[in-house]
Design a protein around this ligand. Structure first.
Ligand code: FRU
Length: 497
């Protein structure tokens, strides 16, 4: 039988091979759609954020990764770290499929999504070993590291070798957190057509006791809950559960806010809403940092999309890190972390800009593909029925993405039907309760992404767009009436790479 040392060297040999492939593939990439200030893999494929943890002065971000190709294959864990949540440094691949519980089969296989924990000073990764067609197909596994870079798969793997019921639709994506002296794990699960968040507890991360489902779908929330993340937020026993539910298109992400009782391990829901209303926001994960902030990052793509960057030798980006807060009414608020302001360069500021009915108004020097915009419309001075802006406009006006607020409907739209390559589609979100008659939009434009925030963090819309790189125009509009931009701030954002 293979001993632990030879297993470890076999794992390290797979990692060395992956690193070689990455070096080669990164020099052969087409960089047209590479982003300026978002986390991306050095080359190859990336999906879910994994193992997010603040540790020894660094934010660690692991991710689902195929270093060999820009499509989903045998999943590795890529690894990056950051001191400020803005600048990312790539570290060696942390996990490669190497054992019978995470390698083999003809289809999906690998070290699937999971989380990280610091246990007795040891950085520990908790992940799903997935092998298509194997019985059981999904098990929960550990890997530990003394230096935060090289990881050893645990000899006790799999630490959870069976789902609660062998007849289920998914048992994966463990997220672990500590409450008092006990480790808690929430796992994504599907059974009888209902997505569920099931709970295990442990004293040592090795031996786990099943505690049942904290909460499950009411029949409208999908048949499998991928990548659950359950954490305290807002004080008392208030908690938030983030899920990526399967098979309730077009909805791809939800949060449930409510209370979690550590005695019974049951969650009682107060609110359920989308976390982000865009097309490209999936599998969010959070960490808590040294300032006590709850920070969320999501995969800024979606399964099944056209993904034009695949043909360029890479796929996948992470959203900007967003700080989460829970409002008294149970609504989740997300704001891009303030650290991002270090990227700000040239600043244009304007005020009291009148928008005529119809047409597009450009503002001197406000254009680009790497920008932050902060726009306040004074609705009390507006007679229009809709207002907004077009970004990434071509010179001839035929290609753009439009952000539009319909005032009577109280709905915010992002329309990328004429946005360029890739999928079209219109994202929409309800947006009432505007602060003192004003609509404030914060928009982050990067070379192939748009992230829009409104309603004091209640609404986020995240989409990938793939315009011609030359399309950098921006124009503002009002329709069926006039409108006024009270203030506008635009910053050029520098590249982190
Ligand atoms: C979510 C997901 C997870 C799984 C991983 C595989 O995007 O499907 O459920 O662990 O991706 O890469």
């Amino acid at each position: 039988m293979e001993n632990t040392t030879s297993k470890h060297s076999k794992h390290q040999a797979f990692i060395a091979q992956a690193e070689e492939a990455l070096k080669e593939n990164s020099s052969a990439m087409d960089t047209t759609f590479r982003l300026h200030y978002h986390m991306m893999p050095p080359a190859g494929w990336m999906n879910d954020p994994n193992g997010m943890i603040y540790f020894n002065g660094y934010y660690h971000l692991f991710y689902q990764h195929d270093p060999y190709q820009a499509k989903q294959g045998p999943m590795h864990w890529g690894h990056a770290r950051s001191k400020d949540l803005v600048h990312w440094e790539h570290l060696p691949v942390a996990l490669a499929p190497s054992e019978d519980y995470d390698k083999g089969g003809n289809g999906g296989q690998g070290c699937w999504s999971g989380s990280a924990a610091l246990h007795n000073g040891t950085l520990t990764l908790i992940y799903t070993g997935h092998v298509d067609g194997k019985t059981p197909e999904e098990v929960q596994c550990l890997a530990t590291s003394a230096d935060g870079v090289t990881f050893h798969k645990h000899e006790a793997n799999p630490v959870i070798g069976d789902s609660p019921d062998p007849v289920c639709f998914g048992f994966r994506d463990p997220k672990v957190w500590k409450h008092g002296d006990k480790w808690h794990m929430v796992v994504g699960y599907g059974k009888d057509g209902l997505g569920k968040a099931i709970i295990y507890t442990s004293n040592d991360l090795l031996s786990w006791e099943y505690q049942g489902a904290a909460v499950e779908s009411d029949g409208t929330m999908g048949d499998m809950w991928e990548c659950p993340d359950l954490f305290p937020l807002g004080g008392d026993d208030r908690h938030v559960l983030l899920i990526s539910p399967m098979n309730i298109a077009p909805v791809k992400n939800l949060y449930l806010s409510g209370t979690f009782d550590y005695e019974s391990c049951r969650f009682v829901k107060q609110q359920a809403e989308q976390i982000d209303y865009g097309f490209d926001f999936y599998a969010p994960q959070t960490l808590i940092d040294d300032l006590g902030r709850r920070i969320m990052i999501a995969w800024m793509n979606i399964w099944g999309a056209a993904m034009p960057e695949q043909a360029h030798g890479w796929l996948g980006a992470m959203t900007l890190p967003r700080e989460l807060k829970l409002a008294a009414d149970g609504t989740l608020r997300s704001h891009p972390v303030p650290e991002l302001s270090v990227l700000r360069g040239q600043h244009i500021s304007a005020a009291d800009i009148a928008l005529a009915d119809g047409g597009l108004t450009a503002i001197d020097n406000v254009q680009g593909d790497s920008l932050e915009l902060d726009i306040v419309f004074d609705l009390s001075k507006s007679s229009a029925s809709e207002l907004g802006l077009r970004v990434r406009c071509s010179g001839d006006g035929s290609s753009y993405t439009e952000i539009r607020y319909a005032i009577a409907e109280q709905r915010l739209y992002m329309d990328r039907n004429l946005g360029g390559a890739g999928d079209g589609g219109v994202s929409e979100a309800p947006l009432g309760q505007l602060e003192d008659g004003r609509l404030r939009l914060r928009l982050f434009i990067d070379r192939s992404s748009l992230e829009l925030f409104a309603g004091d963090g209640r609404i986020a819309i995240t989409n990938r767009v793939y315009p011609d790189p030359a399309n950098v125009g921006i124009g503002f509009f009002a329709r069926q009436g006039t409108a006024v931009i009270e203030t506008l701030d635009a910053w050029e954002l520098s590249s982190i790479w």
